[in-house]
Design a protein. Structure first.
Length: 84
């Protein structure tokens, strides 16, 4: 699936990009799949609208070392970059 900035939402960009990406993946005979958080109803709705269906659930397990540094990306402050 795709991510759109909040100010770019409600213009159909996620649908347009998702269709384009899916089409290109099919042309390359690649498997097409997506994932989203269970509480992200808008993303799940977009996936359903495109014909995707839920096939399973999985969990993320993240281990972080004690000396990790986290910094903010000035272009995308909502995304934290981390380095060891």
């Amino acid at each position: 699936m795709v991510y759109t900035l909040p100010e770019a939402r409600r213009f159909g960009l996620a649908s347009l990009l998702s269709v384009r990406l899916t089409t290109e993946m099919f042309k390359m005979q690649e498997r097409v799949f997506g994932y989203t958080a269970l509480n992200n109803q808008k993303s799940m709705g977009l996936a359903a609208k495109m014909g995707f269906h839920e096939t399973g659930l999985y969990d993320w397990i993240v281990f972080e070392p004690n000396d990790i540094s986290v910094k903010e990306d000035p272009q995308h402050p909502q995304i934290l970059k981390s380095s060891i």
